[in-house]
Design a protein around this ligand. Structure first.
Ligand SMILES: C[S@@+](CC[C@H](N)C(=O)[O-])C[C@H]1O[C@@H](n2cnc3c(N)ncnc32)[C@H](O)[C@@H]1O
Length: 222
């Protein structure tokens, strides 16, 4: 199946709300477990999450690492509003900071340029990007030694498999979410394509592994 790109930002309020209300406990728990498994005992002071959506993962990491400042970046205002609500509800406004940044279109915001980041993560951003280098270029500019964990969907071999995945994992979700999930699977890259992207961006040493029936993980040290 050829890749079919989808819109980058999730900026429609209905779409952002459906995403924020959906249950992503399983993949988000998997992501945090994989991060801890790849960097055991790590106690970062600065965490950067690229394409944070409603900030579920930044909140989990802020709770896990009470010494850390977490910077939750997204290009979509609608999503950042929901992220900010969740951060306020968790009482973590002093440590989880929302930053609007459209990667690939805008330079890194000043507020991030002055921070010290020792972990950079991203979940389910890569498949949104028309030009995947927009993500890898940010990682390539991080200080050497920064821990990196990027998880994303993998494009299934055909539409039947894509529809079956949507049915299995989002069969009970609203139509807008099932539609977005199907589009995301069709827009996702494959592990071999990601390895090529990494080599082109000077990040060929990062490891790419399949970690579920629909996810891959890129990890290692910058
Ligand atoms: C599928 S959501 C993933 C959200 C979150 N990371 C999670 O795991 O639930 C992808 C997010 O990336 C954002 N996004 C897409 N392209 C972007 C870009 N070029 N720059 C910044 N954010 C982007 C979207 O607005 C959306 O909130």
């Amino acid at each position: 199946m050829e890749r079919v790109p989808e819109p980058e930002l999730m900026d429609e309020p209905v779409q952002a709300l459906a995403y924020a209300r959906a249950d992503f406990d399983e993949p988000n728990t998997l992501f945090v477990q994989l991060l801890e498994g790849r960097f055991p005992g790590y106690t970062p002071r600065g965490v950067l999450d690229l394409g944070c959506g409603p900030a579920d993962i930044p909140l989990r990491l802020a709770q896990r690492w009470p010494q850390a400042q977490v910077f939750a970046v997204d290009g979509a205002e609608a999503m950042l509003r929901l992220a900010h609500e969740a951060i306020r509800a968790a009482g973590l406004e002093s440590r989880v900071h929302c930053v609007r940044w459209h990667l690939g279109r805008e330079p890194m915001p000043e507020v991030l340029a002055g921070t010290s980041i020792d972990v950079c993560i991203s979940n389910s951003l890569l498949h949104h990007l028309r030009e995947p280098a927009a993500l890898w270029e940010v990682l390539a500019k991080l200080p050497r030694g920064t821990a990196v964990a990027v998880m994303d969907l993998m494009r299934p071999p055909d539409m039947d498999r894509a529809r079956a995945i949507v049915q299995t994992y989002a069969g009970e979700e609203p139509e807008v979410l099932r539609r977005d999930f199907l589009h995301s699977l069709c827009a996702a890259y494959r592990p071999g394509e990601v390895r090529q992207q990494l080599r082109r961006s000077g990040l060929g040493h990062l490891q790419v592994e399949v970690v579920s029936d629909r996810h891959m993980l890129v990890s290692g040290r910058r």
